[in-house]
Design a protein. Structure first.
Lengths: 615, 238
């Protein structure tokens, strides 16, 4: 390899590092002060790109020159900053005290809303922005041509780092922000209006996201997929750098930029894997990233199911449930059976997540990994070894349990938001493998021809099989939740220190919980594969993980029946409400936000709460 | 009433979740006086101070400071009325230097009083003067305590709620704390002190409130409490 090629490769790594840092810097500052991981940060980046790609050409028509170009970029960033203020005042301000899970879900609701709004405002087409006046000619680097705009980007990162440093170190606002990062109540006790401080922080964070997006317009066209791709990378940068640390984000962005620039030479298709592997390795060695610090105990909130007296006559209730499930095919047609089968599968999927979140307090944001591993495990067994359904289902379950054991071994050392980010990263690695390892997994097309055994292939038979397996798995998990093992998990959830002090091996319990939960999710995934006849990478994607979380949110995190109600509710929304509107993301996003703000207990939880209040 | 109370609290109730921890506390603080809240561990002293600052949910039939209703004011508005708060665990911003910590508390002084400046505070707490650029994380407990008080004084408060200033610090520093409180009093700053260290509280306070299980058992001058050995033995164990 000749040196000029290496130099150009390193330079392009630096320029992507700069862009990444500018965006991630905003995310890490907002987290540092508000303790909210803002999923919508990527959406702000996308709005910045769309705004600049629309605004800058108009300004250039008025007066062509570098001044118009850069003024347009800055104006776009300011507009995004103002949008950040709106988000803070309308939403974030109301959820600062809420459990992390709800914060993540609510800001993901914003992601969904923005996805539809961007199409409504800017249209469905990608928008290619203008090139920067004065920076159109490439420069010569050791005999190779290199875009001069990229050189400006390389400089922009350190400039932003310097300005942010000055703002944080040399102004009263910055001093108060750093103080609030550590102790919000104390800052308020000194007479500082936190609301202003937080609003200002959100403006700064959103401005940086908008700037990061706006600076991209000469390089890539503004498109609707920008939000999730940048947020995944920005998460990695902030987590690797240490949540809340600006210099950490800079260093992490540099490392990741180079890793991507040169990783592409070694593994041409695995850039995603390389990046997320870096995150896994760094967190395994330094659980709080380069410059992060341990989360303050008590700063994280967990919610979950509480102990309750067993219902009188629960045997009869169980018999009634079995009877209803068994008799359902007598009244339902094939379509309804198909719907009921999927609801049961998703209920099991959500219930397996309930074990982690509701019982263990472990907010897994990558639960799709286990669902997808189960589905792919079954499908691969069918495709490559011609296994029957009876063999493939247990294989899928075992495959998911194995994956959960591996991922769990990494993440049980972490807690709170780091655990959520790490599980997300793990799911993204597996997603990337399924997506990019085309020879084995079929890539984007997935695997087709995953059909159930002849005896189970009719809708009635497959429904009954699903009902039986789901019911058995749920009862088994329920039994485990109510056993000493479940008590230990709940003890660790409510107070890690006290649980450890009475001699509980927290990590072992949590690791076993991961395996159990992964196995249950894997069974659901296998059942889903056979019900559909195919698998594809979307089963492993962020949206599948969010589906599981949404089901828990809808049903209620604090009740055991919540997942079933949630699965039915989400399916109802998908099948009945969504087809009525072209803007289903908008509707779903608003529903998620409304649930967090109004019914944080969920549907089943709210009903149970009313009953208990009346009693 | 001889004169207008600075801080006037009547029938204060406070709850942690559903458990009531304060039961109808009524007391007041006059300008420039030092009042000690004394009582056993867990009696509700810290809770009382937090409730006044609006840091926990509490109700009162009447709660005013300088005639302004504290009602449902957010904490920062209560602080801006001129009520300072020094929490028991000091809560120094450990990433910030001594001077920056003082900067976070800075608020303008009202009605022509001489404002507190870092230089004046360094004279009051000479130890701090030698470590202006040091980070809060590299200070001893006593130094952090001084800095916490100094930081609150930077807001030029008319009264300070001081929670356990002598807890866990060396005896020589406790002496300095007593000096500092007397100096604050001389400046006209009223102090509501929560204290376990009886000797310390007795030495600097004008009046005392004895709290037991969330209720006030005694209110009067320090001299009266000193004289009532039976009450002290029962409620304070001394």
């Amino acid at each position: 390899m000749d040196p000029s090629f290496l130099a150009v490769q390193a330079l392009s790594g630096l320029s992507s590092a700069s862009s990444l840092f500018i965006t991630a810097c905003g995310l890490t500052i907002v987290f540092g002060v508000t303790r909210i991981v803002n999923f919508a940060h990527g959406s702000l980046y996308m709005i910045g790109a769309y705004t600049a790609a629309t605004l800058v050409p108009r300004l250039l028509e008025l007066s062509f020159g570098p001044v118009s170009f850069w003024a347009g970029i800055l104006a776009s960033a300011v507009i995004v900053g103002l949008i950040g203020i709106i988000i803070e005042v309308l939403l974030l301000r109301r959820i600062y005290g809420a459990p992390e899970l709800f914060q993540l879900l609510a800001t993901f609701g914003v992601v969904l809303v923005v996805q539809d709004l961007v199409v409504l405002v800017f249209g469905p087409e990608d928008i290619l922005g203008p090139r920067a006046p004065g920076l159109r000619a490439p420069v010569d680097i050791l005999g190779r041509r290199f875009p001069s705009y990229e050189l400006v980007l390389i400089a922009a990162g350190p400039v932003v780092l310097g300005l942010v440093w000055l703002l944080l170190r040399r102004t009263r606002f910055g001093m108060l922000v750093r103080a609030a990062t550590q102790d919000r109540d104390m800052v308020a006790s000194l007479g500082v209006n936190q609301a202003m401080l937080f609003t200002g922080t959100l403006f700064l964070g959103a401005f940086l996201a908008g700037l990061g997006g706006a600076l991209q317009i000469p390089r890539v066209s503004a498109n609707t997929g920008m939000d999730l791709s940048i947020i995944a990378e920005a998460f990695v940068v902030t987590v690797v750098g240490g949540m809340g640390s600006v210099p950490g984000a800079f260093l992490a962005a540099l490392v990741i930029g180079q890793l991507q620039a040169f990783g592409i030479l070694i593994f041409p298709k695995s850039t995603l894997v390389v990046v997320f592997l870096l995150m896994a390795v760094v967190l395994a060695v330094r659980p709080y990233g380069f410059f992060g610090r341990a989360e303050v105990v008590g700063a994280t909130h967990t919610v979950g199911i509480a102990s309750h007296k067993p219902l009188p006559g629960r045997v009869y209730i169980l018999l009634a449930v079995v009877a209803v499930l068994a008799c359902f095919p007598l009244v339902a047609d094939a379509y309804l059976l198909k719907v009921a089968t999927e609801i049961l599968i998703f209920a099991l999927f959500a219930f397996s997540l309930q074990l982690l979140i509701g019982v263990g307090g472990l907010v897994s944001f990558g639960h799709a990994a286990f669902f997808g591993l189960g589905a792919y495990g079954s499908a691969l067994a069918v495709k490559w070894s011609g296994a029957s359904m009876e063999a493939a289902l247990p294989l899928g379950l075992a495959f998911a349990a194995l994956g959960a054991g591996l991922i769990g071994a990494f993440v049980v050392r972490l807690s709170g938001i780091y655990l959520a980010m790490m599980t997300l990263a793990a799911a993204q690695i597996i997603y990337a493998v399924a997506f990019q390892w085309v020879d084995v997994t079929g890539g984007d097309n997935g695997i087709v021809g995953v059909w159930p055994a002849t005896w189970a292939s009719g809708p009635v038979a497959y429904y009954l099989l699903t009902a039986a397996l789901t019911l058995a798995a749920v009862l088994l998990l329920k039994r485990i939740i109510d056993a000493p093992f479940g008590y230990a998990l709940r003890a660790a959830r409510d107070s890690e220190a006290r649980a450890e002090a009475i001699g509980l091996t927290i990590r072992l319990h949590r690791w076993l919980a991961f395996i159990l939960s992964g196995a249950a999710a894997g069974l659901a995934g296998g059942l889903y594969a056979f019900s559909r006849g195919s698998v594809d990478p979307s089963l492993l994607g962020i949206s599948t993980s969010v589906d599981a979380l949404t089901m828990l949110l809808l049903g209620g995190i604090q009740t055991v029946t919540g997942p079933l109600v949630g699965a039915a509710a989400l399916h109802f929304l998908r099948d009945v409400v969504m087809p009525l509107t072209a803007h289903w993301r908008l509707v779903l996003g608003l529903i998620i936000i409304a649930m967090v703000l109004i019914f944080p207990r969920g549907l089943a939880g709210t009903v149970q709460h009313w009953r208990e209040e009346r009693a | 009433m001889r004169r207008e109370a600075l801080l006037d609290i009547r029938n204060l109730d406070a709850f942690y979740g559903r458990a009531q921890v304060l039961f109808g506390l009524s007391f007041h603080l006059y300008p420039g006086e030092v009042v000690a809240l004394v009582g056993r561990n867990g009696a509700g002293k810290t809770t009382t101070l937090k409730a006044i600052m609006g840091l926990i949910s509490a109700t009162a039939t009447h709660a005013t400071f300088k005639g302004h209703s504290l009602g449902r004011l957010p904490t920062y508005r209560i602080a801006r009325l001129g009520l300072g708060y020094v929490p028991e665990d000091r809560r120094i911003f450990t990433d910030l230097t001594v001077e920056e910590n003082l900067g976070t508390g800075r608020r303008p002084a009202g009605d022509g009083r001489q404002p507190w400046t870092p230089e004046r505070l360094f004279r009051l707490f000479p130890n701090l003067a030698e470590m202006r650029g040091r980070r809060g994380s590299q200070m001893s407990g006593g130094e952090q305590q001084m800095l916490s008080i100094a930081r609150t004084l930077m807001g030029n408060p008319d009264a300070i709620l001081l929670d356990e200033p002598s807890e866990g610090i060396a005896p020589v520093i406790v002496q300095m704390m007593a000096e500092a409180i007397r100096a604050m009093k001389a400046e006209g700053v009223a102090v509501l002190l929560s204290e376990q260290n009886w000797a310390f509280a007795a030495g600097i306070s004008d009046r005392a409130c004895v709290i037991e299980r969330g209720e006030i058992r005694f209110q009067g001058t320090m001299a009266e409490l000193m004289a009532d050995e039976a009450l002290r033995a029962e409620t304070l164990g001394i």
